[in-house]
Design a protein around this ligand. Structure first.
Ligand code: HEC
Length: 116
């Protein structure tokens, strides 16, 4: 009797734990998705390495911030997210053209370009 109870408790907690644990990966940023979004929406200006495309710098006559630099990486997520959402100078905002998850994932990806 005691044994049986213990076993169902173990099974029960395992099920409860899986219910709690399963949604976790969707909460954390999806870097693979972030990288894909970056390639499609950001790479043409910011370049694959995040240092800014020299061609775009010339075409737009603008400085493109270096994502690998301490200057950019020291900024808060809120500050960088704000630029992604609303745009800044010659950069368009992406608030209306990308869903929030994609914008969060791409910011997480930008953080991985940090080489300081
Ligand atoms: C048309 C070219 C262009 C595209 C496309 C573009 N950006 Fe930008 N981005 C810029 C320029 C130019 C700036 C500098 C704006 C300024 O300070 O005047 C900038 C600035 C930023 C900043 C702020 C950095 C800082 O130092 O504050 C972030 C973050 C950023 N871009 C992320 C992205 C992401 C993520 C994407 C893709 C979803 C993207 N950008 C697409 C041109 C672009």
């Amino acid at each position: 009797m005691v044994r049986h109870d213990t076993k169902s408790w173990v099974v029960g907690s395992f099920l409860a734990a899986s219910i709690i644990l399963v949604p976790a990966p969707t909460v954390a940023a999806d870097l693979a998705n972030g990288k894909e979004v970056y390639a499609v929406r950001c790479l043409k200006c910011h370049a694959e390495d995040g240092k800014g495309s020299p061609r775009m710098v010339q075409m737009l006559q603008v400085e493109i911030p270096d994502f690998t630099s301490k200057r950019v990486q020291d900024k808060s997520d809120q500050e960088l997210f704000q630029v992604i959402n609303k745009g800044k100078g010659k950069m368009p905002g992406f608030q209306w053209s990308m869903d929030e998850k994609d914008r969060e994932d791409v910011l997480a990806y930008v953080r991985t370009l940090n080489t300081r």
